[in-house]
Design a protein around this ligand. Structure first.
Ligand SMILES: Cc1cc2nc3c(=O)[nH]c(=O)nc-3n(C[C@H](O)[C@H](O)[C@H](O)COP(=O)(O)OP(=O)(O)OC[C@H]3O[C@@H](n4cnc5c(N)ncnc54)[C@H](O)[C@@H]3O)c2cc1C
Length: 437
């Protein structure tokens, strides 16, 4: 039997289809939010700093969409990619670190990305070079920064030293701290309190802290049923999927989870694992987990692209180029987000594709897509198997000069379910493959 279309369409027709799909607002999958222009052959040197959700995706897609014409160097200190999405399951004990870990090998082997295992220490935006901790110097035509977040330790009194940080964990960058937090929970006696401090928004992954509370409660319910999860939220309410999380705490984790709003953390006493607030009483916990306030990763400051409150980087959402420094693009959690745009791995992946398409176009002398579309889906695991989600579609608005949520797009789960849990695991496997396979 003949497969309709596939035998008759030419590469040019297929490219044209992909361009239209991305430009006309129908792209609701992980793929193609921008428009890769491959009509003119692109060439040039791109350096990408950070091999996380934004940077690794950008590196791969620039190589693919330039048909290997653009030289791409990816700088990343870690030997493998470790996913923050799904890492709360490791904290809860239903998955291990191997589940979150994906190697970088395919990027050089299948896509020709030059992988440099190092840390970028400085950017000279006039000479267009990047200095590396190991002594190297990389020249670029376009630089892409996706360094994720740094913590603002000075905002939490008593937490700005290594000893305190070794006891009061964040586990907000998946890795050794994820394992260490799990160990603290395992060592905690039944009847103890796990307190989770959430910073005032914006922060990495709006639903992530509430998902973590569910995962710890899931563990306590099975292994330490007299223990408590105490959420100390700097915000006035749950910042994402509020009704769904509240229902899970009331139904699934009744008597285990307690939520307290408007608890802006002022400081900690690491020795006694005490959280201190300006207004409310101190809270002492057996395990104190503090997610500190955040800002763009340090290399963004070196490049001079931090423009919003000394924390985040304003970009032109059609190219993700910095609004202040030419030839430097910023992706992922480091940017000053558009209205209703979350700091998520899915969104970083979408930033990366819009940026990759724009960089390929710009380096071949063609205009970037004027109206890119981005999508987002955030699943949150409520048990080891059940999940809830929120999703949205965002498009450039030429009048407002920003990206806005498309009216009527998106949605929210009606209830937690195991089917959504299946979708959540599929989402994770898909995005890891999309980024790194
Ligand atoms: C517990 C938790 C759960 C989450 N769950 C979800 C979820 O379910 N869905 C979702 O979409 N998102 C989720 N997120 C959010 C998601 O992890 C982030 O939004 C995403 O990682 C942002 O991508 P990024 O590229 O900006 O940063 P990252 O993925 O953190 O990547 C940054 C990379 O840059 C590297 N780097 C930093 N500085 C330098 C330098 N100077 N030189 C070289 N390399 C450098 C780092 O080593 C790192 O690998 C979750 C986050 C957490 C903490």
């Amino acid at each position: 039997m003949k497969r309709r279309g596939s035998e008759t369409s030419t590469p040019t027709q297929r490219r044209e289809f992909l361009k239209r799909a991305a430009g006309c607002g129908t792209a609701v999958t992980l793929a193609l939010p921008g428009c890769a222009t491959t009509g003119g052959k692109s060439s040039g040197r791109v350096v990408v700093i950070g091999g996380g959700y934004g940077g690794a995706t950008a590196a791969k897609y620039i190589r693919m969409w330039s048909d290997g014409g653009i030289d791409v160097t990816l700088v990343e200190p870690n030997p493998a990619f470790v996913s923050c999405p799904m890492s709360n399951l490791v904290v809860g004990g239903s998955r291990d670190m191997a589940f979150l870990t994906v190697g970088y090998d395919n990027l050089p082997q299948r896509h020709g990305v030059k992988l440099v295992r190092d840390t970028a220490t400085a950017v000279d935006v006039d000479k267009r070079t990047v200095s590396l901790a190991g002594g190297g110097l990389l020249a670029y035509d376009r630089l892409i920064l996706s360094p994720g977040i740094d913590f603002m330790w000075d905002q939490v009194a008593g937490l700005d030293n290594a000893d305190a940080q070794a006891t009061i964990l964040h586990a907000w960058k998946a890795g050794p701290q994820t394992v260490a937090l799990r160990r603290q929970l395992e060592s905690m006696p039944d009847g103890g309190v796990y307190a989770l401090s959430i910073p005032v928004a914006p922060f990495r992954c709006p639903p992530g802290p509430y998902e973590r509370a569910c995962q710890v409660a899931w563990y306590f319910k099975r292994a330490k049923p007299r223990s408590k999860v105490l959420i100390l939220d700097g915000n006035g309410d749950v910042t994402s999927k509020a009704a769904l999380f509240r229902k899970a705490w009331a139904d699934e984790y009744k008597g285990i989870v307690e939520y307290r709003a408007n608890h802006v953390l002022a400081g900690v006493d690491a020795a006694t694992r005490t959280a201190k607030f300006d207004v409310q009483d101190d809270v002492r916990a057996e395990v104190l987990n503090v997610i500190p306030p955040q800002r763009a990763g340090a290399i963004a400051r070196s490049a001079g692209v931090v423009t919003a409150n000394g924390r985040w980087c304003d970009v032109d959402f059609r190219t993700f180029e910095s609004v202040t420094v030419k030839y430097v693009h910023v992706l992922g959690d480091a940017i000053q987000v558009a209205p209703a745009m979350p700091k998520s791995g899915h969104m970083a992946n979408q930033h990366a594709k819009v940026c990759a398409a724009a960089v390929v176009a710009l380096l071949s002398g063609e205009p970037p897509n004027p109206t890119p579309v981005l999508t987002n889906t955030c699943y949150s695991m409520v048990t080891d198997k059940d999940s809830i989600h929120v999703c949205s579609v965002h498009q450039w608005d030429n009048d407002k000069k920003t990206v806005l949520a498309v009216p009527g797009s998106g949605g929210l789960s009606s209830a937690m379910s195991e089917l959504e849990g299946t979708y959540a695991f599929a989402w994770a496997r898909n995005i890891w493959a999309d980024t790194l396979a």
